[in-house]
Ligand binder design. Structure first.
Ligand SMILES: Cc1cc2nc3c(=O)[nH]c(=O)nc-3n(C[C@H](O)[C@H](O)[C@H](O)COP(=O)(O)O)c2cc1C
Length: 212
């Protein structure tokens, strides 16, 4: 049950103390992020790992100067694909074929299924679908950070157009949908550092159907 203790320990940290997250811990968090499940397995988003303090300072106004951006040690920007290009489907199928050592042609039906689910949606619907996949990975990253005893703040309080502009995402078919600051809590200056967790009671949150 240690993971429940970790989930109670973590909180959306408002102030961080600038201490660097060691590379092996950051890599574990990134690997957990990469291992998150996604619809069709397509992983239709990129994750930008921004350690560079200067770039984080440049991004800060686009993230409404939330202090964690510059007081943290790394910033993960989850950038969802704005659409899925045929080449991206090809790459995915080639990855499956080579990883599992199976003929590419054996994936023809799966290819049709993927193409069908993309072409029947508008670009905006595809982007929103991609964003939902990115959010699952955001959850994995947040959970993994707590296992590593690294503090984190998931954020959607930012101006996506401004973040895209600073990072040049538009030209890459990407748009920022969520951000995760990673670092260590500044207990003295963070008014929420020792605040009890607020959640809906289980009795109203869950509706349980036990069966007979
Ligand atoms: C998708 C998402 C976006 C959030 N955006 C922000 C944000 O921009 N700034 C911030 O300080 N906290 C942000 N939060 C943190 C939430 O306010 C916080 O998770 C919630 O109040 C529950 O508190 P806890 O995470 O500390 O337990 C965000 C959380 C999520 C999941």
């Amino acid at each position: 049950m240690n993971y429940l203790q970790d989930f109670n320990w973590r909180y959306a940290t408002k102030r961080m103390n600038g201490k660097p997250v060691p590379a092996d811990q950051l890599n574990n968090i990134l690997e957990a992020t990469r291992l998150a499940p996604s619809s069709l397995g397509l992983q239709p988003f990129d994750v930008l790992v921004i350690q560079d303090p200067e770039l984080r300072a440049n991004l800060s106004p686009a993230i409404y100067n939330q202090p964690q951006v510059t007081e943290g040690s790394a910033l993960l920007v989850f950038a969802a694909w704005k659409n899925v290009a045929p080449g991206q489907i090809d790459q995915y199928l080639e990855n499956i074929a080579s990883t599992r050592n199976i003929p590419l042609e054996s994936l023809n039906d799966f290819r049709k299924m993927i193409e069908g689910s993309i072409t029947t949606r508008t670009d905006e619907q595809v982007h929103q679908w991609a964003a939902r996949q990115a959010y699952i990975a955001l959850g994995y990253a947040t959970a993994a950070a707590s296992f590593e005893k690294v503090d984190s703040t998931p954020m959607e309080g930012f101006n996506a157009a401004a973040v895209n502009e600073v990072l040049g995402l538009d030209g890459k078919g990407l748009s920022a949908v969520a951000v995760l600051a990673l670092g260590y809590r500044d207990e003295e200056n963070d008014h929420l550092a020792n605040a009890p967790k607020v959640r809906r009671p289980a009795s109203s949150f869950f509706t349980v159907y036990k069966g007979s």
